[in-house]
Design a binder for this molecule. Structure first.
Ligand code: HPA
Ligand code: ZN
Length: 336
């Protein structure tokens, strides 16, 4: 039964709305890029890198994630990284991807903004031409840095705004509430950018309120802890807010203790527009279909849950309405 549901989920067109491109850096590529660029890494083998991917919370992961980025140096590196993700997710029938990148993770260590974004954008256009996959790019601000640094990044992005759909907010959540970035989100909105933010992954429901009220987000990344507040849930349902949920990430970072306790099914039952995403697939144990497999098994999802999740991914995307309708119609044509 589960095998049939898994085949059904695979066949459905899907959109990925929560994916950090730097988090798709597989140990093999990390190792090869370290060699190619003569970057010192504290690992002697791919196996050692894989073994280091053990985390008990978000900060544990982020320390390794930022260390891993150090091998990304040239435009070609960013191109290879992005192309590898697009090819891999295409195999899971991801037809549209809205991809985060962390420019400050690169500019902070002396790699220019233009190098990172050029490599990524070239891969995105190639995926469109080669296999018809559509994409959007979301520029994230690192919330452990001051708002002034986010403003500098927004300024650097100005020549590239035609290629950037939205800004986001990621990195260490607790102690860095959305309110810290109210001004820069307002400036981004005035430039015509869409707005998303990580909130309620480790942070309390108040951070989700702030993301809604102060940042005026168009989409909520994670949002798990919103379930602790019934009024907040009603508000998210009423606003038709999409939540980009990341099951394997939640398990690996201790946001949930056991996949059987994951709130995804409950979110759907409450009428929340929840979606399935891979977050940082190379660090958390899998891409889109690995995440579907984990929740189908653990939460006993049925055909209707799975179809809803696929539909939510397009409804919650930043695609133009006509393309959303086409993808939703394609989903309706797939039978279980
Ligand atoms: N949470 C916060 N910041 C991040 C994450 C995440 O899951 N992945 C990459 N940066
Ligand atoms: Zn994330």
């Amino acid at each position: 039964m589960t095998t049939d549901l898994l085949a059904f989920a695979r066949q459905l067109p899907k959109a990925e709305l929560h994916l950090h491109i730097e988090g798709s850096l597989e140990p093999e590529m990390l190792f090869n890029l370290a060699k190619r660029n003569n970057v010192d890494i504290p690992f002697k083998s791919v196996e050692e890198i894989r073994n280091a991917y053990q985390f008990s919370n978000l900060q544990d992961f982020l320390d390794i994630y930022y260390q891993g980025m150090s091998v990304l140096q040239t435009e070609e590196d960013f191109f290879d990284l992005t192309m590898a993700y697009l090819n891999r997710s295409r195999a899971d029938n991801v037809r549209h991807a809205e991809i985060f990148f962390d420019p400050q993770g690169h500019t902070e260590r002396g790699v220019p903004f233009n190098i990172a974004i050029s490599g990524i954008i070239t891969a995105l256009s190639m995926a469109k031409v080669q296999f018809g996959m559509t994409t959007k790019l979301i520029m994230c601000f690192l919330r452990h840095l001051p708002e002034g640094a986010a403003f500098e990044t927004l300024k650097e992005a100005e020549p590239w705004l035609d290629h950037i759909e939205a800004v986001g907010l990621d990195s260490s959540e607790v102690g860095h509430p959305p309110s810290k970035f109210e001004n820069v989100f307002k400036a981004a909105r005035e430039q015509g950018l869409k707005l998303v933010a990580h909130a309620g992954e480790e942070g309390p429901p108040d951070y989700v309120y702030e993301a809604l009220e102060l940042l005026k987000i168009d989409r909520l990344d994670h949002g798990n802890r919103a379930l602790e507040d019934e009024k907040l849930v009603q508000r998210l349902v009423g606003a038709n807010m999409t939540l980009t949920v990341c099951p394997l990430s939640n398990l690996k970072l201790g946001v949930v203790k056991d996949m059987r306790q994951h709130p995804l099914k409950k979110m759907l039952d409450l009428g929340l527009c929840a979606t399935v995403n891979s977050d940082d697939p190379s660090y958390f144990g899998g891409y889109m279909m690995d995440n579907f497999e984990a929740v189908i098994d653990a939460l006993d999802l049925d055909e209707s849950h799975i179809r809803t999740l696929a539909k939510n991914s397009f409804t919650g995307s930043f695609l133009p309405e006509g393309q959303k309708r086409a993808q939703l119609a394609a989903i309706d044509m797939v039978s279980a």
